[in-house]
Every structure is written in C-alpha cells, then in structure tokens.
Design a protein around this ligand. Structure first.
Ligand SMILES: *Cc1c(COP(=O)(O)O)cnc(C)c1O
Length: 420
C-alpha cells in the first residue's frame, strides 16, 4: 500500500497529505503517480506474457489531462476518446493520433471531421448511419471497428451496464443489425473493416461475462463468415471502493480469457486477432484520493450526525448518481471512537452526499481534513461548476513529492464566457 498512515498522518509515497493540502488547498485530488504507472505495467505484463499481439487503450473519460496523457505515453499506452474535447486534450499533450481510437454513440459531423484531420488511428462505428457519415467526410482510407452488442447481461448497476440487447450503444449480433453494418462498411468507399469492439459494462469483478461474450461473438463471426484482424473487448475491470468489493483479478482472469480466445480461434479455425482492451477505472481509481476540510458539524439528538465538507457533488458525483459507496478516513489519525456519521457536501441538494452511516472519529472538528479513498476515476472528469463551485486542483505525488497537474479553477474562470 502506498496510501498509508506514517506517524498517524495519511501519506502517499511517504509524503504527508496535510502538508500537501496546506500547500494546494482543498478540495484537492491527490494521485499516487507510482500506482497509476504500476497499473499500466500490470496490464502490459499480463498481455505480453500471454504472447499476444495486443494494445492497451486507456479510456480517457475516467480521468484525463495533458499531464495524464503524457504519463500514459511514457507507459506505452494507447488512448480511447469519446469526444472532440478528449481528442483535443490528447493532441495538445503531443500524443500520436494514430494510437487513438474514437468511440461514441453519436459522433457529430464536426467531431468526425476533427478526428480525421487529426489523423486518428481508428474510429469505432456505433450505428449504421455513421458508416455514411464517416464515408461522406473522409478523403482517405480510415480503419474502423464496429461496436457490436453481444447481448451479455452483467451484474452491475443499471446505469453502467452497456452490453445488454436493449442499449443505446452498438449494434446487436442477434437481430441482424450488426451484420448489416459490417456489409455497409465493406461496401463503403473509405472505411476499412478491421474488426469488432464490445464493452460489456463497468466495475465487473470476474471474467465470466468476458468469456460469455467471446463465445457469442466467435459463433456469430463464424456463422456469418466475418473475418477480423482486431478484437477489442472493452474495459470495465472492477476496483475496490469498499471492503466488500471484489477487485477484478487481472492476472488470473486474463489468463482464462486468453485461454478461451485461443481455444475458440482454434475451434473455429480463425486467426488469433490483435487484442485491444480499454481499461479506464482500473488504471486510475485506486490511485486517487480526495482531500476535504471539515466545516459545520450537526448533531441532531436521537437522529443523525452530519459532518459537512468543503466540496460535494460538484467534485463527487458518483454517490448522488449511482449510490456509489466510499471509504472516508481522517487525514490525521485520532484515537477517539468512531461514530455513525453522514458525511455530506456543501451544495444545495439533499442528495449531495459523500457517504451515509460512515464510521468516522467522534472528535472530528472544524478544520480537520478528511480523505475519501478511490476517487481517481469518474470524479474530476465528472466535476461541474454547479453552485458556481470551482473545479478543484489535481496533484500527482511520486517519490520526490507533489506537483500540480491541474490548477484550481479561479473565480474569474467561472464567468469567463459570460457576457459582461
Ligand atoms: C467506459 C468505457 C470504458 C472504460 O470503462 P472502465 O470501467 O472505466 O474500465 C471502455 N470502453 C468503453 C467503450 C467505455 O464506454
């Protein structure tokens, strides 16, 4: 563990979080840079050792910034983007557009044009009419994958399930629409069909859905005589937010997934494709921690105790959005007993909650710091200016210390697009 108490102070790579908070202010996102790099390396090792031709594309939507993209480049990662803004961020960081692929269930004409001009490596076609859209804009050949829907149900929150039959993403392999799109791609002028993509959902804790998907997809490819060079099996590898969560077992699960891929390729007499995966959350979630300062404390006799912090749903949306649960700990350990407490934000919504019925020290007082763990994914990237809150600063901590990678928004920036 690189996030641990050192002399009763929560620290990352030996650097105490209270000093970092004092220097950078709160709310603050603090990332363990070593941990992000180690996650990238873990995926590389597993796929490399399996002897596969592979690539690992980080899903930008989990958390992106110019410095994050630079780190990914150093770790030989490729990139998945879902909007012009994510692509712009990558291009500004000097990332080679050939190593980026473009996703999205409704890419605009402007986005397709921008991606093609940037020299994007791959576009993932998500709908039949996108074939025509891309073909009408492209002036040269462009490699594409087709996002298919293998119809695999997964056991995760409804809002983060994506591979089921009734979905806004992809085209079904069971009702003929995926096949129709493959044929349309093959008949188009500029689109070159390279293979298929699917993403089953997020926060998956075992390999079973990936194996089920492989079986359905291989059968479909064989039934329809479709040859692929690339198989992109998406992301969704789960992380540990709270004690009862199971972390996706990357090493053992990928061993089983790749064994099945090899045996299916043999059984159907198909070439083993180039394998792409798209982890987002599992690269950054556990590396990130949010630090807040405690303000008002309300003890409602016989009912509840509320501890309010200086941020909220403007930087912590997953709890209001999906009831996601987190572990909250004091930055400076105290030895008082834990008390059942609701830790809440300062925004004007009752749903602005960090966690209900948490166990935090009973002697917390105004000015103390609280750390919310495992906030590296889908926190900063989902941050908003609701209540005209400023987006927090983000720092990376490595062995040498902390460095700002995103500055805190200024008040002036809150109104920078307003007509004065
Ligand atoms: C969200 C998403 C990912 C990443 O999911 P994680 O749960 O963050 O790993 C990958 N691919 C696609 C297409 C996605 O929509």
């Amino acid at each position: 563990m690189t996030l641990e108490y050192v002399n009763d102070e929560l620290s990352i790579n030996g650097h105490g979080l209270s000093n970092i908070a004092k220097e950078h202010g709160t709310p603050l996102f603090v990332y363990d840079e070593n941990k992000i790099r180690n996650q990238c390396r873990k995926y590389h090792n597993v796929l490399k050792n399996a002897g596969l031709d592979y690539s690992i594309s980080y899903a930008s939507k989990a958390f992106t910034s110019v410095q994050m993209v630079k780190l990914l480049q150093e770790e030989n990662m490729k990139l998945d983007v879902v909007s012009q803004g994510e692509l712009f961020t990558a291009v500004k960081a000097g990332f080679d557009a050939k190593d980026i692929h473009f996703h999205g269930n409704n890419k605009t004409q402007e986005e397709v044009k921008y991606a093609l001009e940037a020299g994007i490596g791959l576009i993932v076609v998500d709908a039949l009419d996108e074939v025509e859209l891309i073909d009408s804009i492209a002036t040269a050949d462009i490699d594409v994958l087709l996002r298919i829907n293998p119809g695999v149900d997964v056991d995760t929150h409804e809002f983060i399930q994506t591979g089921q039959e009734d979905s806004k993403f992809g085209l079904s392999i069971h009702n003929g629409s995926a096949l129709k799109a493959v044929n349309a791609i093959k008949e188009s002028k500029h689109l070159k069909f390279k293979g298929v993509h699917y993403h089953l959902g997020s926060q998956l804790d075992a390999e079973a859905p990936f194996i089920n998907a492989l079986e359905s997809v291989y059968k479909w490819l064989s039934d329809e005589s479709i040859e692929i060079e690339v198989l992109n099996m998406g992301g969704g590898y789960g992380v540990k937010y709270i004690e009862s969560d199971l972390r996706f077992p990357v090493e053992s699960a990928f061993k089983n997934i790749i064994d099945r891929l090899n045996s299916l390729s043999r059984a159907y007499d198909m070439q083993i494709p180039h394998v792409m995966i798209e982890p987002g959350r599992s690269i950054v979630a556990e590396a990130g921690t949010t630090i807040y300062e405690v303000g008002v404390i309300k003890d409602i006799p016989g009912l509840s105790k509320y501890v309010s912090i200086d941020g909220g749903m403007s930087d912590h949306l997953r709890t209001p959005l999906y009831d996601a649960e987190y572990e909250v700990v004091p930055v400076n350990k105290t030895y008082s007993d834990n008390v059942n407490t609701h830790v809440v934000g300062k925004l004007c919504e009752s749903g602005d909650i960090i966690g209900k019925n948490l166990n935090v020290p009973g002697d917390l007082k105004r000015g103390d710091l609280l750390a919310v763990k495992t906030t590296g994914a889908y926190h900063y990237s989902m941050a908003s200016n609701y209540n005209q809150m400023r987006k927090p600063a983000v720092v990376f901590v490595n062995d040498e210390g902390a460095r700002t990678i995103i500055k805190r928004q200024t008040l002036e920036q809150i109104i920078e697009n307003d007509i004065l």
